[in-house]
Write a protein that binds this ligand. Structure first.
Ligand SMILES: Cc1cc2nc3c(=O)[nH]c(=O)nc-3n(C[C@H](O)[C@H](O)[C@H](O)COP(=O)(O)O)c2cc1C
Length: 347
């Protein structure tokens, strides 16, 4: 051991202290959440992350309540550790999905994809679950806590999937100093190494949520071609969707560029031409544009159609180098954070 570094045990203990609040909230040993990824975050990856001491989250996505109940039961069969369920607030049966989680005694419900109705937060809490909400801005973070959110996730635009406009670097500076004392705040977006997790913990975060980094976990059921695209992909390949015309907004989604993303531009141009020619009214044109990506994530993740499907991935994709067990990924992240702490002068 170098005399000018912290002893390994002291560094590990210091990291545990920084993670203590987040871990206590999650009921896990390690304050790292597996971000819910539709089609990807099912029982195997979720259980593997929770069994590794972190915290897995099932992505409900468009599942109907009976299917979600099945997935929760399947996960409970694979782990006795806590895990969460991520519900999309636009789901037409949100209330029933909350009841499904409560009936199965899910410990944490994460509301994503918009501001959840206050009644849904209240019901989840009354039913015994802890509620986690995504806060895209400081004003909304305050509102969500007033509405009863027990913890927040702040997700920067570096993330994979549906994204907001602001980077985690900025969100963390705006939100952590104001909110971290009130509720645990987890940071997400573009995180691929333990040193980054450490730096956000030191800014007041309770923990981190990672998605992209876990896609190539051995336990993850994603198609080998989907995993291969992540292993090959660099940060600069994971770009947000391009919108062609201000009159027809597209939902910003960060994904690896492929034939599908090129075709989407051509599709927008073709729809626009039909709108200008009077063949389609505005609503019909907007629907045609939105319809393009329907089912595209499933096609890539499950069927392995990496050319035409959606390869949602965060900028952290460049830090995915190989397929490895979830426990090994978690251990690597923790070791990177610990080594960064250990590299400092004692005292
Ligand atoms: C393939 C993929 C699918 C995702 N699906 C969802 C989802 O269904 N619900 C959700 O709240 N977030 C979703 N996310 C976001 C993740 O939960 C997580 O917050 C994000 O991946 C963090 O950024 P990172 O990918 O840079 O680690 C998805 C991300 C990816 C890469």
């Amino acid at each position: 051991m170098d005399a000018l570094t912290l002893p390994p045990a002291a560094a590990a203990a210091a990291l545990d202290r920084l993670m203590a609040r987040g871990a206590a909230f999650l009921g896990s040993r390690i304050a790292i959440m597996g971000g819910a990824m539709s089609w990807v975050s099912e029982r195997h990856l979720v259980a593997a992350l929770s069994n590794a001491g972190a915290f897995g989250t099932i992505a409900c996505g468009a599942m109907e309540p009976p299917r979600l109940a099945e997935e929760i039961a399947g996960t409970q069969a694979l782990t006795d550790r806590p895990f969460g369920v991520n519900l999309i607030t636009m789901h037409p049966r949100l209330d029933q999905l909350v009841e499904t989680c409560l009936a199965a005694k899910v410990s944490h419900i994460v509301f994503a994809g918009g501001i959840p109705p206050t009644a849904a937060i209240k019901r989840a809490k009354e039913g015994g679950a802890k509620v986690v909400c995504f806060a895209p801005a400081l004003a909304l973070a305050k509102k969500l806590v007033r509405s009863g959110a027990d913890a927040l996730v702040i997700e920067g635009s570096e993330a994979g999937g549906h994204i907001g406009p602001v980077s985690l670097n900025v969100l963390a500076q705006e939100i952590l100093p104001e909110m971290a004392a009130q509720v645990p705040v987890f940071v997400a977006g573009g995180i691929g190494r333990g040193e980054a997790i450490l730096s956000y913990l030191e800014m007041g975060a309770a923990g981190a949520q990672l998605g992209t980094r876990f896609v190539c976990a051995t336990e993850c059921i994603a198609h080998p071609k989907f995993k291969q695209a992540f292993i090959r992909g660099a940060a600069r390949d994971a770009l947000p969707t391009v919108q062609l015309d201000a009159r027809f907004p597209v939902i910003p989604v960060r994904a690896l560029q492929n034939e599908g993303t090129k075709r989407f531009l051509e599709h927008q141009a073709a729809v626009l031409a039909r709108f200008v020619a009077g063949e389609l009214d505005k609503d019909a044109a907007q629907l045609e544009i939105e319809h393009f990506w329907a089912g595209a994530l499933r096609r890539a993740v499950i069927d392995g159609d990496v050319e035409q499907g959606s390869l949602m991935a965060g900028q952290s994709v460049g830090m995915v180098a190989k397929e490895q067990p979830a426990a090994e990924i978690i251990a690597e992240l923790m070791e990177q954070a610990r080594a960064a702490l250990a590299g400092r002068l004692p005292g």
